[in-house]
Design a protein. Sequence first.
Length: 114
Amino acid sequence: MEDCLFCKIIKGEVPSTKVYEDELIYAFNDIAPQAPYHVVIIPKVHISSANDITPENSKYIAHIFEVIPKIAKDLGFAENGYRVINNCGDDGCQTVKHLHFHLTGGRQFLWPAG
């Protein structure tokens, strides 16, 4: 998608602070962190939202969840725990229409989310 912010980040057209990258996914520090650690993890293919996950593209999402513990461990907050968040659609507060997951850690979170 030409006008997608996250597609531009993947292409290197928009700067980001890379945390992790492989052939399927890219992870970078959020520019407005909500916790001491706040990483955004995106598939390298454009999937608009969780509503658009299919059998053909679900390998990207499975891979993200395989890598999340590695990122948390590498950054040093896996043992104490973390939160994984996906916002889907306008009512779910999805601001960038490219499927992404927020990995947050480094502090205890309130329940419900806060």
